[in-house]
Design a protein around this ligand. Structure first.
Ligand SMILES: C[S@@+](CC[C@H](N)C(=O)[O-])C[C@H]1O[C@@H](n2cnc3c(N)ncnc32)[C@H](O)[C@@H]1O
Length: 457
């Protein structure tokens, strides 16, 4: 989200993180279900494996934050120190004005209420001069609802591509906040970079009293490309004074159509800034700034990892190990699925072939028909279990290394966006301030960074 303190320029930071990611890409570029099939275990330095086989619960929990108190081998310590140097200082912010769930958000879970209210408070605190908010990807309308509830003068236009969500959002307003009719309006629309005129007309039609309004684009969990479309519309239209948006789902960014022209560019909206693109051009970056990289940036954070107990770690590792084994025995035309009666809390302790058969089934991809377990497959599984007696622990060690990298991957994606806004505003001769603010506890809400951009006149 920001330039780590040890770097004096973005160029220097981008170069260093690219070198780091290229070197350690073996940790994340294979899907976790394929870690045995793709032989990731052999890429794991033996001294790292030895270290993780003997690590205590406390040290495992604190490893991703480099707060473990034991002595990892030098090569592993080097990995940790490099991550620390690439980490951003995150300005912490806790909203005080949490609103009671039962009073205000019927049928919304507590985590979501926490996210909605924190963002709505931040928006209102920073937008005293704004006449209307345009909620991009308004979903069921919770953020719009909350802005009205906190300040019944708020005007919000919610834009959403899913017509069913528009219907539900509109129904909620009529049912729970009838006085808000006229202040909140939801419109079915797929937002693109050409939506500028549509937005202008929609405001004129539905909020006729507003003349030349000052607009703020807002968004809660603006997934993938929608976050970038929002940035581009913000840069384009002088009436849009602010952009306050909490992005998510980086892994859903769309693949570039120019793939054939330049094999090195994978996504339309990543990398974004010229500064990052220039550095990345010196690397085969499509090999390691790929979908698994984006997925890693969306994974759980080190704070959530820190509070896992030993049993959770063991179980998680065993589950990943078992999935890894099953991936080696399935054919291309088959899928491995958990049986319907198996919950996410299934125990993987004392795993053996019969237990695996009781949890998983193999289906034909084409028609979902469940296949019988053959003797040959049972034998293959048995061999794998015997070949990797510490498979579960190694799987958890791999997840631990990934968790250690998660924060710097997310920082790279989000900081690249800030650089892009700065470059574009310079080109367009605009005076824009942009930063990220952390507004939630990432243990509960891992995607908790809000982009705050503001145009100065
Ligand atoms: C993760 S959901 C968040 C919904 C809502 N903001 C919330 O937090 O409850 C993202 C929403 O954005 C909508 N969306 C995604 N891309 C869009 C686009 N280009 N135009 C309009 N809506 C879009 C999706 O349909 C979805 O409802």
């Amino acid at each position: 989200m920001s330039l780590p303190t040890g770097f004096s320029s973005s160029t220097e930071y981008f170069l260093e993180i690219l070198k780091f990611l290229e070197k350690y890409s073996w940790i994340y570029t294979t899907a976790n279900t394929c870690f045995i099939k793709e032989d990731v275990i052999n890429k794991f330095p033996q001294e790292w494996i030895n270290y993780f086989l003997n690590i205590s619960e406390n040290n495992l929990n604190f490893f991703p934050e480099n707060l473990n108190t034991d002595n990892p081998p030098n090569s592993l310590k080097e990995f940790q120190l490099k991550i620390s140097s690439l980490k951003a200082d995150i300005e912490k912010f806790r909203t005080e004005k949490i609103i009671n769930n039962s009073l205000n958000f019927k049928k919304v879970n507590v985590k979501k209420v926490h996210e909605i209210t924190a963002l709505a408070n931040l928006i209102l605190d920073n937008c005293r001069e704004i006449d209307i908010f345009v909620d991009f990807g308004s979903g069921l309308g919770y953020l719009s609802e909350c802005l009205y509830r906190l300040n019944n003068e708020s005007k919000v236009l919610g834009l959403e591509s899913d017509p069913d969500r528009i219907l539900t959002a509109t129904k909620r307003i009529k049912e729970y906040y009838p006085n808000a009719i006229g202040n909140i309006y939801f419109q079915n629309h797929y937002i693109t970079e050409s939506s500028d005129i549509f937005i202008k007309n929609c405001i004129e039609e539905n909020f006729p009293k507003l003349k030349n309004p000052k607009i703020c684009i807002i968004g809660l969990h603006s997934c993938a490309d929608l976050a970038i479309v929002s940035i581009n519309i913000f840069l384009l239209n002088p009436q849009i004074r602010k952009l306050i948006m909490m992005p998510c789902c980086y892994h859903k960014l769309t693949i570039s159509n120019n793939l054939n022209k330049d094999a090195n560019i994978l996504f339309n909206n990543f990398p974004l800034s010229n500064c990052f693109k220039d550095q990345a051009a010196n690397f085969q970056f499509s090999n390691f700034l790929n979908r698994p990289f984006l997925r890693l940036a969306c994974q759980q954070t080190a704070s959530r990892w820190r509070v896992m107990d030993n049993l959770e770690h063991l179980n998680h590792g065993e589950e990943m190990f078992v999935r890894g084994i099953l991936e080696t025995i399935r054919n291309e035309n088959e899928v491995i699925t958990k049986k319907k009666n198996k919950s996410t809390k299934t125990s993987y302790f004392d795993i053996n072939v019969n237990k695996i058969k009781s949890i998983y089934e193999i289906q034909l991809k084409s028609n979902g028909i469940v296949l019988e377990w053959t003797k040959e497959r049972e034998l293959q599984v048995q061999k794998m279990l015997a070949k990797f007696p510490n498979g579960g622990k190694i799987a958890e060690a791999l997840t631990c290394l990934q968790t250690s990298m998660q924060g710097i991957c997310e920082n790279l994606i989000l900081y690249d966006r800030i650089c892009y806004i700065n470059e574009q505003s310079q080109m367009k001769d605009l005076n824009i301030n942009s930063r990220y603010q952390k507004i939630l506890d990432d243990k509960l809400s891992p995607r908790c960074f809000v982009l705050m951009s503001s145009k100065n006149s």
